[in-house]
Design a protein around this ligand. Structure first.
Ligand code: ATP
Ligand code: MG
Length: 276
């Protein structure tokens, strides 16, 4: 299931991101690491795509390339908004929440949230006013003037997400945003994120290690192979929206999960054996 088959049947048909033959290697000591090899992936406008794969298969590297923070190796192309783009062109075109939340401990919550607006040249007073309107929606009313260390893990994640959404770009990259949360908070955050996604009408590419999360959130789950990472399969998730938490016990959900787990386990085993 390689190449153009990574397109969901139900998609709008207008691509926002098109990766073709994207590879990335690092010349690190003592040996060169080939992180990605020949990634072909298309994401259509408005999709919610979840990305899973063994640890070290290059998921974060892929995000860094799409965000313009890393150059891909020569040969492949990264198409964004219908045009082929270099890393320099891509920088600032997507909203990106990296794997660690990277909140600045010395800045109050509101001043963490407005960072992207300030970087774009908006004055602090106006930026604070713009961001303040988002606090209720992100469940953080009353915490504007707190510092990050005064928040719970789930609240910190919401601050980082709010900052990401504040940077209003059509494509949002979220790298394991709920990875550090307990199961209950995670479930609440998933439902909340789907709600935000539907209201803000963005396109989301979301990395997770949790197959249930990948299925529950996604219009499509994309599985990567063990390193060097390439696309192993792309599976459309045709569960009805809005997603009700009860669907996780449905036969349809369970059969999708079984197929995905088989694919993921095969790759995790390869990755484990390669490291031995
Ligand atoms: N800046 C770098 N320099 C050298 N090697 C790197 C660099 N960044 C990533 N790598 C290597 O590239 C490979 C892929 O790393 P990456 O962080 O993309 O994996 P990942 O799929 O996000 O893993 P995880 O699920 O654990 O977050 C790893 O072998 C890693 O050591
Ligand atoms: Mg990663």
């Amino acid at each position: 299931m390689q190449g153009d088959s990574h397109r969901p049947a139900a998609a709008s048909g207008a691509p926002i991101l098109e990766l073709s033959g994207v590879s990335k290697s690092f010349d690190s000591y003592p040996h060169r690491v080939v992180a990605l090899e020949g990634i072909d992936l298309r994401i259509d406008k408005g999709e919610f795509v979840t990305l899973v794969g063994p640890s070290g298969c290059g998921k974060s590297t892929l995000f860094n390339i799409v965000a313009g923070l890393l150059d891909a190796d020569a040969g492949g192309t990264v198409g964004f908004g219908g045009m082929s783009q270099s890393a320099r062109d891509l920088l600032g075109k997507v909203s990106f929440m990296p794997q660690r939340d990277l909140l600045l401990p010395w800045r109050r919550v509101i001043d963490n949230v407005i960072l992207p607006l300030e970087v774009e040249g908006m004055g602090r007073a106006e930026a604070r006013k713009t961001a303040a309107a988002l606090f209720p929606e992100f469940g953080l009313s009353g915490f504007e003037r707190h510092y990050p260390h005064q928040l719970s893990g789930g609240m910190r994640q919401r601050v980082a997400l709010m900052r990401t959404f504040c940077f209003e770009r059509p494509l949002v990259l979220l790298d394991e945003p709920f990875g550090a949360l307990d199961a209950m908070t995670r479930t609440l955050m998933q439902r909340w994120l789907l709600d935000i996604w539907q209201r803000h009408k963005r396109t989301i590419l979301f990395i997770t290690h949790d197959v249930d999360e990948a299925i529950f959130l996604g219009d499509r789950v994309v599985v990567m192979t063990a390193r060097p990472g390439c696309i192993k399969l792309s599976m459309d998730i045709r569960l009805e929206r809005p997603r009700n938490p009860r669907i996780t016990t449905s036969t349809e959900f369970q059969s999708v999960k079984k197929a995905l787990l088989e694919a993921i386990e095969e790759e995790s085993m390869k990755s484990f054996l390669a490291e031995k």
